[in-house]
Design a protein around this ligand. Sequence first.
Ligand code: HEC
Ligand code: HEC
Ligand code: HEC
Ligand code: HEC
Length: 466
Amino acid sequence: MASISPPNQDSRRVFPRGIWAAVVMCMVCLAIVAVGVYASDGAPAAGTYSYDEFETPEFCGTSCHTDLYVQWTQAMMSHAYTHHWDEIEYFELAVPHAEKDEKVAEVKAGCNGCHSPLAYLNGGFPPPRPAENSRANESVSCEVCHNITGITQDTAYNFNFVWDPGDTKYGPRATGESPAHEMAKSEFLATTELCGGCHNEKSPYGVWVKSTQLEWLEGPYAEEDVRCHDCHMTYGKMATASMGPVYDDARLHLFHGAHDKGKLRGVVEIRLYPDIQEAVPGDRVKFTVTLFNQKTGHKFPTGSVEDRLVWLHLEATDADGTVYHLPVDKKGFEGEEYTIGDSVLAYQDMGIALDRPNFEGVQRDGIPVGDRIFRMPYFDPQGRMTIQQWNTASLGVDYRFAPRETKVETYTFDIPFEVPAGELTVTAKLNYQLLVKPVADFLDVPAEESEPFVVNEQSTTLTILP
Ligand code: HEC
Ligand code: HEC
Ligand code: HEC
Ligand code: HEC
């Protein structure tokens, strides 16, 4: 098994013949079974195609598809390989971990299957660091989506794509003429499976660690045929090529998501009310908060759920300006402790890659203790919480917002005796963070990745009688 090396540049596409071919194929299959399930059946292996078979995004975008190109350069998919947090996680955690642990060995190549598909097809892992400016930096480029013609299995996940590189580019219309390439109409590009091939991921332990397209499939938007494209590639009047016609329904390449504050703002609506209008110090009052997910076509948060934090913070301010923090009422469901801010330590498995076998971990949440968190915890094979999705062996309670779901939280507050007469103002804030702050600080991820952002807020008042 150890003697089998991945196909190199020279042997690419050369199919081995004879009995040795059968023996080698057999051993490759055994190797795949032994190390896990990361790469999918039927999709081209690492090393199948070289960079030379694909154009650069600059080729497509600088003179012809100018608007779509600029839109794409502003989207995270054009930074999927170069973005600082991706670089840190791949080079400092995933690669060293893959080199030490046979079970996750495949991710050294496999991360690139979605973050830099042409680098994956080209082979050679890890690819050069982003600072070296190799073609790996192209990330999820034009040529990726416009040369994929389908998926190899019923369910889209782990880059299980059928590729057809060459002069023909697949698109939604194929009515015009291009001096640069042939065109063919693709029904596949309009399906959510195109997105699902990268937006659904199974860990080497066989656990769904990303399931955006699967979440969409079981929600109301799939039934209404409102696809990923309708919210992330919206239709506007524009020319899609500099010398081509203006279409009323040009497919804008916005791909805006959690890194776009406008997209995040107002995802969830909040209403907040007390059960009584007037109270005296010492009274018990119950605040009810209703939270309606009006905007996402999948769960919120989705995608990199192991990194994201969405939490609700309630504060009461009395007439003198004194602030009281209100912890959420417990509901009593299994695993609820993971959905309430705590100061416990977690993420000890980062120690594997960092050569710190007894690493004690960092704070699990880094938010006020007692705040409600809308999340789903990921657990490593030892049952500890992890942000390493490739090292995920099981999942905990799913307390995220489903599409169009309304969650109801209550906060019981015993009004302190020192509260003066006058108005007591209570504010509920729903916060969002791309990456758990103690993890970001520990790994030196730039601060913008862990800055809290207010998705929505609402206030109500209660009159305190003397
Ligand atoms: C009804 C509109 C709607 C539909 C349909 C929809 N999305 Fe979203 N999506 C959103 C909104 C709003 C956000 C921003 C909030 C968030 O991060 O979840 C978002 C966020 C995202 C994110 C960012 C998540 C993160 O944490 O970085 C990804 C990725 C994404 N969507 C992919 C998809 C895919 C793939 C599909 C189709 C399977 C899809 N979306 C369908 C509205 C939609
Ligand atoms: C993540 C996948 C993805 C990437 C990356 C991508 N596209 Fe597209 N592109 C699509 C999809 C999906 C459609 C529309 C399919 C549909 O609606 O049927 C499309 C449509 C188009 C169209 C036709 C638009 C129209 O309205 O007729 C052009 C031209 C195009 N893309 C060019 C590009 C260029 C140039 C780039 C790189 C700068 C690029 N695409 C990157 C997925 C992608
Ligand atoms: C070849 C793999 C691939 C395909 C196909 C793909 N994506 Fe992505 N997408 C990614 C990766 C990788 C990221 C993460 C980028 C990063 O590192 O932050 C991403 C990120 C995103 C985001 C998050 C942006 C943000 O602000 O956080 C959205 C939205 C998104 N993709 C939408 C789509 C939609 C819609 C489709 C289908 C039309 C699609 N993607 C197809 C790989 C892919
Ligand atoms: C099956 C496709 C796929 C594979 C394989 C994959 N990723 Fe991703 N990755 C994505 C997508 C899609 C997103 C965006 C999800 C979202 O927006 O939350 C993402 C997001 C991320 C993010 C967060 C980016 C951000 O901007 O917040 C990091 C970091 C990351 N991936 C690293 C890795 C590493 C390291 C590996 C290998 C162990 C890996 N990924 C394997 C598809 C993949």
